[in-house]
Every structure is written in C-alpha cells, then in structure tokens.
Design a protein around this ligand. Structure first.
Ligand code: CO
Length: 151
C-alpha cells in the first residue's frame, strides 16, 4: 500500500526516532509499504519517519540494489564528496551537500539478523541522507544552496 509522504513542517520529520525492538509483521508491512511508496515516487531512499512512523528503519534503492536497514549505525565514515541532493519530503527543491565518500554501517534486516555493509559514492550519500532522517535532520540543514529543482 502506498503511504502518504510527510512534508517538511511536520514535526515527525524532526523527531529522534526510536530503535526497532520488535521484528514482527507490522514491521514487514511497513517496509513493504515503504518500498511501494518509494517506487511510486521514483526516489533513491525513504526513512520511516517520512511516512509518519518515527522508528529507526530506512530503505535505499540504488544501482547496487535494494536495501532495508533497521537500527543502522555508522562504524566509520571516510573521505568527502560534494553533490546534489533532494528529498521526497522537501518537494521541488535541490541543494548541494558535502557527504563522506565511503561509509561502513552495521544494521539489522527485517528479521532482526545483523549485518555490516560498506557503501561508496552515491550509495554512501543515500545512506547518509536516510540515516540523518532518523535523527530529525534534513539535507536542507546541511545544504549550501537550496534552490528550486529542475524538472
Ligand atoms: Co530525505
């Protein structure tokens, strides 16, 4: 089921999200809905607070594949890259953001199993953007120049 994507100004986007403790059917349904919502919006990532659920769960869809990260934590961040970013919760805008060029995270999957992953380049950017959402941070807080996006 496609869920409504919360827009900037809604306080849920500014919450520090709670850790996921129950890896149950409600979590699976939420993740399935987030995936459908992301596909419909043609985005690279979506965090649970963007559909109004302030828990530590994000999804990322990039060239490397489709990923679900539950309770993700950075192990390290290296390098620097500067590039354009947008957000499905800040419609019609884009900005230039400096991010690490390579990150390592640990996370759980929807069953609660633990993994680690290294992401580079755009994948790393997407991971950083989505993990920021879990702490109530929007890319517009970090962007040099937020402007109207080109259609
Ligand atoms: Co976003």
């Amino acid at each position: 089921m496609i869920r409504e994507i919360v827009q900037v100004g809604d306080p849920v986007l500014r919450k520090k999200c709670e850790s996921v403790k129950r890896f149950d059917s409600a979590l699976s349904s939420l993740l399935d809905d987030m995936k459908e919502t992301l596909e419909a919006a043609d985005g690279a990532g979506l965090a649970a607070p963007q559909v109004g659920v302030p828990i530590r769960a994000v999804i990322v869809s990039v060239d490397e594949g489709y990923f679900e990260f539950i309770n993700p934590i950075f192990v390290w961040q290296k390098g620097e890259q500067k590039g354009p970013e947008g957000c499905l919760s800040v419609r019609g805008k884009a900005g230039t953001v400096v991010r690490p060029s390579k990150v390592k995270i640990i996370f759980q999957d929807r069953k609660g199993d633990k993994y680690s992953l290294v992401a580079r380049d755009f994948f790393a950017r997407a991971v950083c953007h989505e993990l920021d959402h879990l702490d109530g941070i929007l890319y517009t807080d970090k962007a040099e120049n937020v402007r109207d996006a080109e259609e």
